[in-house]
Design a protein around this ligand. Structure first.
Ligand code: ADP
Ligand code: MG
Length: 593
């Protein structure tokens, strides 16, 4: 069987420089770059590609599909990239995003950078133009030095010039993406590479099946002893679980650590559900209290970045009142913002297991004064929230609508919740309890808008579970065209658009009276009609009861559905919970003529 792409040019083009090509008609079976890339991915257990077809990778997608891979074609590379990134988070295998050269590459780059920032393993594979012309800046089709541009935005970037190197390049990309702190990798494949041919047997031999791509990294025994000594001395200990802990898939170990230690914990957003949010030791509903009052904090796969107020300031109480222990696979993370008195460097599974072993049988649970204070605060806060969640008004406020969705996830704990927006995000994170690990996917470390549809597609493809995407109307707009992708692949995705006519609120006006206010959208838009345009189900709802009914119907049917949920335009607050990061002017200027 001849496994080259079949076109005449494909047969003819052969890079002599490789020294491995076979040009003779009498030669045995041949293989080309297209098939080598596909075989290299498949050999390493990578089954899905997220991308946008075009020059020079159109045939790559086609051939990958023919070879049994799932190839999901998007409408814009950023969403394909986000899909690949979250596939990486969900599976611990690098998610693959495939794009065309220059503009397609750049569109995918946002997702690559975001993946790297969030420690999600992904590989952006982009076709590129002729090296000779690009490097002499002679104006090639989609000319761009993509490798140089990608480098600062990812963990590693590689270019392959010879078909015989594809196997090694894919192996290196996989290792770079998943080993140590996971992240994004860029693989630059010039157009010419795809049609290079070589002897099929030599080609097969050139492929590498990566052995132990993300090796266990054991913590030093002295680091474990040090950490346990600090933890033992605590009067008000706290565990913070981050999305690194969710990624690690050490679910049993993490649960055992929490339960055997008896220490209260707070989950970061994407660590929700690692233990059920209803767990008696969850201090999520008393977050402000525990961050402020704890004396020893054990960070498990969570960085002390802006999301944790850098480990200092008002949020964390009196200066010097805390000792931090940190478990992380990345040694450079230690002391990034404040002193870490007990760094534990290693993979979370190994580190947590070592801590458990070291705790022994006589471990003392934290003082009840501490756990009682947390319980009281929790009950108080939960009671305050409960009444707000029951409001069945039209138009809805955020609490009323989210109260309905909270019940849905309680009844369908294996559904995956994708969440982005401002108020829609902040309030959903607090209100919707999660019950299982890796079921909440959101805007992550950057608080990026536009992850919604990409994450929803990959969540459905990778897990086969129903997906509920809770989207602010602005957030949805960034990736909204991908509803066509969701319909085309008939994915079990139910999108709820919280439609409050704008960003934060729908009430802004232009002081000059000329244009719409800068943060408002077309009033009373019908996002549900977008879904209907592609054969999906569109529903328009104005009350929490109607919202519940529509979501349940969507989840029962598994049909692509978009629910336009009318939210009071006056209900939101500027920038949601992070208004403090949003500078506002206090200067009143005199009128300029
Ligand atoms: P969150 O935003 O939920 O607090 P972060 O993204 O800030 O989480 O932190 C995740 C941390 O987890 C990163 O510092 C990363 O290095 C670390 N990490 C990721 N995977 C692992 C792993 N398998 N073992 C240990 N640490 C990990
Ligand atoms: Mg809005």
């Amino acid at each position: 069987m001849d496994r080259t792409a079949g076109s005449e040019s494909t047969q003819a083009v052969h890079d002599v420089a490789t020294g491995v090509g076979v040009t003779s008609d009498h030669a045995g079976e041949q293989i080309d770059g297209f098939h080598l890339v596909i075989d290299a991915l498949k050999l390493n257990g990578i089954d899905n590609i997220y991308g946008v077809p075009g020059i020079p990778i159109t045939d790559l997608g086609r051939l990958a599909q023919a070879a049994g891979m799932r190839v999901i074609s998007f409408r814009h590379e950023q969403h394909a990239g986000n899909a690949a990134a979250i596939a990486g988070f969900l599976t611990k295998k690098p998610g693959i995003c495939l794009t065309v050269s220059a503009p397609g590459f750049l569109n995918g780059l946002t997702a690559l950078a975001n993946a790297t920032t969030n420690c999600f393993p992904m590989i952006l594979i982009s076709g590129s133009s002729e090296r000779e012309i690009v490097d002499l800046q002679q104006g090639d089709y989609e000319e761009m030095d993509q490798l140089a541009i990608a480098k600062p935005l990812c963990k590693a970037a590689f270019r392959v010039l010879h078909a015989a190197d594809i196997g090694i390049a894919v192996a290196r990309a996989i290792r770079a993406a998943v080993s140590g702190r996971p992240g994004g990798v860029y693989l630059d494949l010039p157009a010419k590479l795809f049609s290079q041919v070589m002897d099929a047997e030599a080609g097969a031999k050139s492929l590498v099946k990566v052995i132990d791509a993300a090796p266990a990294q054991l913590p030093a025994p002295s680091a474990i002893t040090r950490a346990l000594d600090v933890l033992k001395g605590a009067k008000r200990p706290l565990i913070v679980l981050g999305k690194g802990a969710a990624y690690a898939q050490a679910d049993e170990e993490v649960r055992n650590l929490v339960e055997r230690s008896g220490i209260p914990y707070v989950p970061m957003s994407m660590a929700k559900g690692l233990l059920p949010d209803t767990h008696p030791q969850s201090a999520g509903a008393a977050r402000s209290l525990v961050l402020k009052e704890a004396d020893v904090v054990l960070l498990v796969g969570a960085r002390l970045n802006w999301l944790l107020s850098h480990g200092k300031g008002k949020t964390w109480g009196a200066p010097g009142s805390k000792k931090f222990i940190q478990i992380d696979i990345e040694p450079k993370e230690m002391d990034s913002n404040v002193e870490i008195v007990a760094p534990v460097v290693g993979d979370i599974g190994s580190c947590v297991t070592a801590l458990l072993d070291g705790m022994g049988q006589n471990w003392q649970a934290p003082p009840t004064a501490w756990t009682d204070a947390i319980r009281t605060k929790k009950e108080e806060n939960l009671a305050k929230m409960a009444s707000k969640l029951k409001k069945n008004s039209a138009p809805m406020d955020f609490h009323g609508a989210l109260g309905a969705l909270r019940t849905i996830i309680k009844e369908r704990p294996d559904a995956i919740l994708v969440n982005e927006g401002a108020n829609t995000l902040d309030l959903a994170r607090g209100i919707i309890d999660m019950y299982q690990p890796r079921k909440r996917l959101d805007v992550g470390t950057w608080g990026i808008m536009g992850i919604g549809m990409g994450f929803a597609v990959a969540a459905a493809v990778e897990t086969g579970k129903p997906v509920l995407a809770v989207e602010g109307d602005s957030a949805f707009g960034f990736s909204g065209m991908e509803v066509e992708t969701i319909c085309r692949y008939d994915l079990p995705v139910c999108i709820v658009v919280f439609n409050n006519n704008g960003i934060y609120r729908g009430t802004d006006t232009d002081p000059t009276g000329r244009d719409p206010g800068t943060t408002v959208f077309v009033k009373d838009s019908r996002y549900d009609k977008m879904m209907e345009a592609f054969g999906g189900v569109g529903v328009h709802v104005t009350t929490p009861d109607e919202l519940s009914q529509a979501v349940n119907a969507a989840m029962d049917s598994g049909k692509p559905t978009l629910i336009n949920a009318v939210i009071d335009p006056a209900a939101g607050t500027e920038s949601g919970n992070i208004g403090s990061l949003n500078p506002t002017s206090t200067v009143v200027r005199k009128k300029i003529a």
